[in-house]
Design a protein around this ligand. Structure first.
Ligand code: HEC
Ligand code: HEC
Ligand code: HEC
Ligand code: HEC
Ligand code: HEC
Length: 446
């Protein structure tokens, strides 16, 4: 009796401990690289799809510069100094280069070594996944099994090279969610694109991730096979593609009057509408992304005046207004720099509204390291089809020249905080500022 009680306590203890953390320890690599086919092999027949995939971020998830820099300059050294992060840092590859992870290549060589880890999220990865373990899709809990079977969207297609099986799972948002939802070892959801979609209007209307990120159009699925009108194109455009992000937020501006005198207050209202994205904006790597709105007045002689946003007074609002106070001090620990003072938080003109969730390290300072995120700040992003209303109060300077004044509103986007990018020597094209929309209105000053 006593013994069985002890056994069941032990059992629950093991279960409990096993459920903590990211839970991939037990998933040893039972496979070898040679069990998986290369994307070039698939590309011999699936030429159009291969050419499209090759350009995507998923084809470069292990090799592209910012990924390489964050992993090798911050994450790996951090886990060497702090063993409690070892599991999280090995886990990066469960999503960024799944084959390397599953064959047990747990500290793959850098991209310049040209190993198979460079294949990143390849054809074999997605087309050998049949489902996921557990209740919720997250943290690479997909079930991947290499072999003759390739899962596809259609019934009864035949290939001379492999078997094909129709899979509903491949066509579901839950499939994407196995990598686009992530919880770190502090129990913080550091990526929640799928949950954002699920809570939003598109899930109710049956609009999947695939519908917006894998367009259907004419194409040849495989060389020598017939052309179809509804091929699933593998372009996967996201935040790195201007054509995808441009116009994702629509914007309008108006003032409370048409005419003013110097010294008067102008009340300005700006409306921002998430018209295009099926999730919040920004989503995914929210710790890196910057989406902000700049409002300026331009007088009749072309002089510019900054108009800071009115505060709303909600808790944690300071993270949603651009500031250059120092942040990211945790990089000092990761890189072994003593007394590292940090870097300017936003590296932007101060006082503008910025849409984000602040990622906070165990000491409550902002961080770009999602594995070192112990808590999140307020979620002030723009949900799908949500409209954010911002107001601005501008006292017209006494010395302003008479005439027409333009109220200039620009919606701006940057993939990575500039101060961090420059400090870590990330190439400039990975942190340039994009104007993704704009609006203007005019007032008269007498
Ligand atoms: C020797 C040529 C050849 C090679 C190599 C090849 N395939 Fe195919 N594959 C085909 C043909 C032909 C079809 C059927 C196309 C059709 O009829 O629409 C097909 C169908 C598929 C389908 C199912 C499409 C659907 O509509 O459901 C998937 C998925 C697929 N291939 C994935 C792969 C992957 C992944 C690789 C590499 C591991 C690969 N293929 C390598 C020729 C090839
Ligand atoms: C095996 C893991 C995995 C699966 C499954 C997966 N993704 Fe990804 N995806 C990634 C990773 C990792 C990246 C980040 C690439 C990088 O490093 O920039 C990414 C990036 C992207 C991007 C580009 C984001 C950007 O920054 O521009 C889009 C879009 C995307 N995925 C859409 C999808 C969709 C849609 C699905 C489902 C049909 C899907 N992904 C399934 C791992 C995955
Ligand atoms: C991130 C996951 C992902 C990657 C990487 C990926 N695919 Fe796909 N593929 C999908 C999904 C999802 C679908 C079905 C889309 C849908 O449901 O609309 C699909 C569909 C297909 C189809 C069927 C097209 C049709 O219209 O019949 C083929 C063939 C295919 N993929 C081959 C490939 C090849 C070859 C590669 C590599 C060059 C590749 N895929 C890379 C997720 C992926
Ligand atoms: C209604 C269309 C729509 C749907 C549905 C949709 N997306 Fe997006 N997605 C967009 C647009 C537009 C963007 C570009 C704006 C942005 O970066 O957020 C985008 C951007 C992204 C990015 C890049 C974010 C970044 O910062 O680089 C990823 C990753 C992504 N989507 C994944 C997904 C996944 C996973 C799903 C399903 C759970 C999904 N999307 C559903 C329209 C959609
Ligand atoms: C659960 C899957 C998953 C895990 C685990 C994961 N990532 Fe990612 N990572 C993604 C996805 C998906 C994206 C793309 C998000 C987007 O753009 O919206 C991404 C994006 C990134 C980016 C931004 C890429 C860019 O081009 O802007 C970096 C850098 C990165 N990951 C590094 C890491 C590191 C380092 C780790 C481990 C500490 C890690 N990731 C763990 C899925 C994952």
């Amino acid at each position: 009796m006593k013994k069985s009680l002890l056994v069941s306590i032990m059992f629950f203890l093991v279960l409990f401990l096993g459920m903590k953390g990211t839970g991939h320890k037990g998933r040893k690599g039972n496979h070898r690289y040679s069990d998986f086919e290369t994307p070039e092999t698939c590309g011999q027949c699936h030429k159009e799809i291969y050419r499209e995939w090759k350009q995507t971020m998923m084809a470069q998830a292990y090799t592209h510069r910012w990924d390489e820099i964050e992993y090798f300059k911050l994450a790996v050294p951090h886990a060497e100094r702090r063993p409690e992060f070892k599991e999280s840092v090995e886990g990066c590859n469960g999503c960024h280069t799944p084959i390397a992870f599953f064959v047990g290549d747990r500290s793959p060589k850098p991209p310049s070594s040209g190993t198979r880890a460079n294949e990143s999220v390849s054809c074999e990865v997605c087309h050998t996944i049949s489902g996921f373990n557990g209740e919720v899709p997250f943290n690479f809990n997909y079930i991947m099994k290499p072999g003759r079977v390739k899962y596809g969207p259609r019934q009864g297609v035949e290939s001379p090279y492999h078997d094909t099986v129709k899979s509903d799972f491949l066509q579901s948002p839950e499939f994407c969610a196995t990598c686009h939802n992530e919880k770190n070892s502090f129990g913080v959801w550091v990526k929640s694109t799928y949950f954002e979609w699920k809570q939003g209007p598109y899930s109710k209307e049956g609009v999947r991730c695939q519908d917006c990120h894998m367009w259907r159009g004419s194409g040849i699925v495989a060389e020598m096979s017939r052309a179809v009108k509804d091929m699933r194109h593998h372009s996967f455009p996201g935040g790195h593609v201007m054509a995808k992000i441009r116009g994702a937020i629509e914007v309008k501006v108006y003032t409370d009057q048409d005419e003013y005198e110097p010294g008067d207050e102008v009340k300005i209202t700006v409306l921002l509408y998430n018209a295009k994205a099926g999730h919040k904006l920004p989503t995914g790597s929210v710790e890196d992304r910057q989406l902000w709105v700049e409002v300026h007045a331009v007088d009749s002689q072309g002089r510019r005046y900054i108009i800071p946003v009115d505060k709303k007074g909600f808790p944690g609002e300071k993270y949603t207004i651009t500031s250059n106070e120092l942040a990211y001090q945790d990089m000092g620990e990761m890189m072994g720099i003593k007394d590292f003072r940090g870097l300017p938080r936003d590296d932007l003109e101060e006082g503008h509204r910025i849409y984000r969730i602040a990622f906070l390290d165990p000491e409550g300072r902002m961080t770009v390291a999602q594995w070192n995120t112990a808590s999140l700040g307020v979620d002030y992003r723009i949900a799908p089809r949500e409209t954010k209303v911002e107001t601005y109060t501008w006292e017209i300077p006494e010395e302003i020249p008479e005439g027409r004044v333009k109220i200039d509103v620009r919606v701006l986007y940057r993939l990575l905080v500039k101060s961090v990018a420059r400090f870590l020597k990330v190439p400039e094209e990975e942190y340039r500022t994009w104007e993704i929309n704009s609006a203007e209105t005019y007032i008269e000053v007498y």
